[in-house]
Design a protein around this ligand. Sequence first.
Ligand code: WTA
Length: 656
Amino acid sequence: MSVESQAGRGPEIENLLAEKRTFPPDPAFTARANVTAAIYDEANADYVGFWERQAKERLSWYTPFGETLQWDLPDAKWFVGGELNVAYNCVDRHVERGLGDRVAYHWIGEPGDTRTLTYADLLREVSKAANALLELGVRTGDRVAIYLPMIPELPIAMLACARIGAPHTVVFGGFSAEALSGRINDCGAKVLITADGGWRRGKKVGLKHHADEACTDAPTIEHVIVVDRFGDGVHMVPRRDHWWHDIVDRQSESCPPVPVDAEHMLYLLYTSGTTAKPKGILHTSAGYLLGSAFTHWAVFDIKPDDVYWCAADIGWVTGHSYIVYGPLANASTGIIYEGAPDTPEWDRWWQIVEDYKVTILYTAPTAIRAFMKQGETHPAGHDLSSLRLLGSVGEPINPEAWRWYREVIGGDRVPVVDTWWQTETGMILISPLPGVTTTKPGSATFPMPGIEADVVDADGRSVPLGGGGYLVLKRPWPAMLRGIYGDPERYRQTYWSRFPGMYFAGDGAKRDEEGYLWLLGRVDDVMNVAGHRISTTEVESALVDHRSVAEAAVVGKTDAISGQAIFAFVILKAGQQPSDALGVQLREHVAYVIGPIARPKYLMFVPDLPKTRSGKIMRRLLRDIAEGRALGDVTTLADANVVDTIRSNTGQAEEE
Ligand code: WTA
């Protein structure tokens, strides 16, 4: 880069929002906590040795590994030569040591039906399902696609695949036939496991017809297994389709787990690029299992008597790592809830917490803000005193939402852990440890033990404390992705080429004077206003900080004077009315909280925002709306009507 262009450049991303409150760990929590501060020094002194010890302690091996790490950037091999079975580690070994009666999952269907699965139940069901796959000709290494609602058969199917070493690819139940066939074709899956449908907001969401449509375009699928959730009959294709209760129930309850290499592919999970075709993120067996198990134990402080609820969908990575693999490897007891948080009423989750005495809850900021919007009466009507830890993941959590979560859900007494990670990282990489770290609302705090993260400028140089830039990782970690399926060049390009020698996460971040990390959103979303690079997260947090605002999304709109101008989409809390006066107030509030440069030029009140199925705001679509352009790819959009509603409002976007 030339000297001229350097001289004209300000900071990579401005550091605008200052959050001063701190929450030290409760000494009573610390006294019982799984980890102490010493773990950081231990892990960082020799991270390879640290993971080696963890892998020997936490995992059961058929063949011990030799070298812990072979690192030939960007290709990592962890626990070289070791052999194990992931399902054995998640299920069998617990039963063998007498934990067969421990509950693995309390499952709650949306209409109120329930199922309890102990570890012994899980062993039986997983073995039968694995035998069914074998009967259909699935062999170690063959791919299996899973397209199911949040029912017990979903983790059972995943573990059945792991038992025979057949990599799975779970496709979120809300995706279309086209999204499903695209993923099946990318990985050449041989069998598809689906259901007639699942419950969502009191309605049957049919899956089988999407599955059928996908199969017409997916020649590699030889067989389809169908779970009968509704019992109202669906069309079954002769010879290709098999009811789960026919083919699984008649199988033997014994199915020996297949030992696989530590680096054997465990699963593929597709993440959508913004425009290009979805990437099949490839995770392997031992490193992934270790990473998810260790972090689940350390971050959530898991104890044998905990009732742990990760309220994500298993169809995205949070469910893979923190509903299925991590928790089961740790023999913990979890909740799976099939349906929507507002069915029948907005207190459904709080009823579940009360009924099952949930101790740990892990969810996303989008859910927290949706609850905030409904006010405090719903949580106040339930006994939430069993909760002892709250977690957040998926997006930057606005300080206001963080405080609401702690105060209203956590009774102002439980720690909140804001956990940063990605489908690609497989495991939590940046998070407080609840018995150790003094937290600040909105900060994911520090890298986990053994992880080295940094914030760098456009040239890859570490930004001094107080500055903003690009989040990178400087060492390999066990659960890291091993590639993009079938596309090594895209893997290298996307993650390892922007900054030589470092993994580029695609997120903006800043570090405050004390070294705390604050995530600033995807760098593709950063706005450039009159030469200032402003993070969407900080402006959104300033808006959410206002007492009338439930949720906000901001994007840059092309502007003749400032290059880009800030366009804010605002959702008000229940009972608040939009008005011009409130619009003015909100702009002033942002200017007051973070400075006049961040004052939105355009502001629009909206009833809803376009989000992905995992709850991330799709700013790309909002940019299209703000610019009045045709929409780009909308396949991952959760509710297509939202965009139309906002569009029909755009005439009303009020300019300052
Ligand atoms: C964002 C979800 C801020 C981030 C596990 C990341 C977060 C992307 C946080 C990955 C957090 C996730 N604070 N941002 N605590 N957690 N993100 O692959 O932009 O669905 O790159 O994995 O979500 O999303 P993914």
